[in-house]
Design a protein around this ligand. Structure first.
Ligand code: ADP
Ligand code: MG
Length: 618
């Protein structure tokens, strides 16, 4: 029986199952819904308070977590028990974050640098998933309190650069908070939805989404056509945001006022107060030209012009990312129809100006930049609830995905910047007679050799019935679902044996690492091509030697003595060439051997041998 809820606040009837949109931010988080009557997205807030819930968790003396504004107050007085920016740790190992370890005023466990990070508070350990779940639980309870109805289903947004591990971690945090996470969507996609872009099915637009939040920067280039959203490219910096603007101000004051730098290191409370004053100044300067305050008897002042020159280098870094995103998308700035501003830090006038100048047009900032992502998540929730079927969402993969083939080569099944969801299948065959198993190793990256890429998973397809080499047909399928989670399946088509694996990598890549991997692939492109050609030549040579040997053993009387001798010589020459680093030599020896064996091979080529000569082998 369907349950009908009555919203006590509005006195209206509503669906029993409310699906909410959640922006789980590094700095601030919030919940939004599509208003059941007006059908417009609204951020949920208690009367007379902000919709933003600071993404801060404070633990009291008994280890009870407290989230939001109440917790934020302890940033100054109880830094060791007050966790902020937990999102930065999602799906990360200590090794991934150690470079930025000084940002954390709480204890991040560093004894095992490889496994997922934990945070220590008192004698308890918390994973970033636990910490995020506390925030999500607070949001869920808040929504239930405001809506007076149970909230069990949500759409949660993540940065476009989040990889499988980070998306999965976000999902798990939702589950821990008692939420059924129906979809994980990219923040820029959500922001565009909030702007209602793409509602008109005949509209075609190219959009740049510039998102400068508290701790991260993302630029995404989207294309909307026929009601379909497609992400053409993404770029960004996970360690660039409003916090850096605050730090620039702090540094300025330390120099100008002569605050003791070492003293601040010891006096964490004073350091935090200074940080909060800096943030206050920054926000104030978004609407005024001069800020003035006093802290501990020191006069702190800052003009908008001073502030602008302090932050110019940071703004320039975001514009560099924009340039890269445009290059990746293969577009010129005048191809962009709309520029959308997201994140609290885009309220800084100098930021707006720089972005507007770069793209050569005014920016869109009508929708509250703190709320726009959550509002878009609510739009997506509404689509999933079946209330709005006009949309279909597409995203892209940041790095290529493939498997290892003979000689350690990377065989790409899903190229970088492919649309997701997506599904690709390719056939492979065996290398040895009677081979009953095949190892499928899944890699991510742009290099030609798998050893230079990142291994995501590995499994064995076993139980292939005994067949000559080259006869089995193993279809490997890659499926990326709408959340960006990869499932790899392998099936031997003749016998039907199959095996699959869901890829949840142990820990993720930062966008700097993704960028580095891309850069490496460009730097090494030439070497890689040479290596690939050599490996391919060697593999082919080895296969041909194997096949020829087998042929001779099977059909000794098909050949004359002379043919036999010539073949043996050519085989020996090829064998020798295989030990050398010369692809051309190997190829010419393969050709020579082929010349000699062609006449009798033609005489008796059987199907299996033919397949082995042609098919790719694993
Ligand atoms: P996140 O997505 O990282 O959770 P938000 O989009 O909520 O972050 O942005 C938070 C950042 O926005 C903080 O650094 C905050 O100081 C900054 N911010 C908020 N309001 C203003 C303002 N009026 N002027 C400048 N910066 C602002
Ligand atoms: Mg954000």
């Amino acid at each position: 029986m369907a349950k009908i809820g009555i919203n006590i606040a509005t006195g209206s009837l509503q669906q029993a199952e409310m699906i909410v949109g959640i922006d789980l931010g590094t700095t601030n988080s919030l919940v939004a819904i599509i208003h059941p009557e007006s059908k417009v997205p609204v951020a949920l807030k208690e009367f007379n308070s902000s919709s933003l819930v600071p993404s801060v968790v404070h633990f009291d003396g008994f280890g009870n977590p407290e989230v939001g504004e109440a917790a934020k107050q302890y940033l100054e007085t109880d830094p060791a028990n007050t966790i902020f920016s937990a999102k930065r740790l999602m799906g990360k190992s200590y090794r991934d974050v150690k470079e930025h370890a000084d940002l954390f005023t709480y204890k991040v466990i560093d004894d095992d640098t490889e496994s997922l990070v934990k945070v220590q508070v008192g004698d308890k350990f918390y994973s970033p998933i636990d910490l995020s779940s506390f925030i999500l639980k607070e949001l869920k309870e808040r929504a239930e309190h405001i809506l007076k109805t149970p909230v069990n289903k949500a759409v949660i947004t993540v940065p476009a650069y989040f990889n499988d591990a980070q998306r999965q971690a976000t999902r798990d945090a939702g589950k821990l908070a008692g939420l059924d996470v129906l979809r994980i969507i990219n923040e820029p996609t959500a922001a565009s939805l909030a702007y209602g872009l793409g509602i008109n099915k005949y509209e075609e637009k190219t959009i740049a989404v510039y998102d400068l939040g508290g701790g991260t920067f993302d630029i995404s280039i989207l294309k909307i056509a026929n009601g379909i959203f497609e992400v053409l490219s993404t770029n960004g910096d996970t360690y660039l945001g409003g916090d850096d603007l605050d730090r620039a101000i702090v540094q300025h004051w330390i120099k100008k006022v002569g605050i003791d730098h070492n003293g601040l290191k010891i006096n964490k409370i004073l350091a935090q107060s200074l940080r909060l004053k800096a943030e206050e100044a920054k926000k104030y300067l978004s609407d005024h030209t001069v800020f003035q305050a006093e802290l501990n008897g020191d006069q702190l002042s800052l003009s908008r012009d001073e502030f602008n020159s302090l932050i110019q280098p940071l703004i320039d870094r975001t514009i560099d990312c924009c340039k890269k995103a445009m290059t990746d998308a293969g577009l010129q700035t005048n191809d962009i129809d709309t520029v959308v501003m997201v994140g609290g830090s885009t309220r800084v006038p100098a930021v707006k100006e720089a972005v507007s100048t770069f793209f050569g047009k005014p920016v869109n900032d009508e929708v509250n930049p703190d709320e726009v992502v959550a509002l878009g998540a609510a739009v997506q929730a509404d689509i999933l609830a079946g209330n709005n079927t006009d949309f279909l969402l597409l995203d892209i993969t940041p790095l290529s995905l493939g498997i290892e083939t003979m000689g350690g080569l990377m065989d790409v099944l899903i190229p970088r910047n492919s649309k997701i969801p997506s599904r690709v299948g390719r056939q492979y065959t065996t290398h040895k007679d009677g081979q009953s198993g095949m190892r499928i190793s899944v890699y991510q990256g742009e290099r030609d050799l798998v050893k230079d890429n990142r291994k995501l998973a590995e499994f064995n397809l076993t139980g292939i019935p005994g067949m000559p080499a080259g006869l089995p047909k193993v279809e490997v399928q890659f499926l990326i679902d709408a959340d960006g989670i990869l499932v790899v399946k392998a099936k031997e088509l003749r016998s039907g044996v199959e095996q699959s694996i869901e890829v949840k990598p142990q820990y993720g890549l930062t966008d700097q690492e993704v960028e580095q991997m891309l850069l490496d692939s460009i730097t090494h492109a030439k070497d890689d091509m040479v290596t690939r050609a050599l490996v391919e030549a060697r593999t082919e040579g080895e296969q041909i030697l194997g096949v020829t040997e087998k042929f001779i053993a099977k059909n000794p009387d098909l050949m004359t003595k002379e043919e036999m001798l010539a073949t043996a010589n050519a085989m020996q020459a090829l064998q020798l060439a295989l030990t050398m680093e010369d692809k051309n030599l190997i190829q010419s020896k393969i050709e020579e051997l082929n010349e000699i064996t062609r006449p009798f091979a033609e005489r008796a080529m059987d199907q299996a041998v033919g397949a082995a000569l042609k098919g790719k082998t694993l």
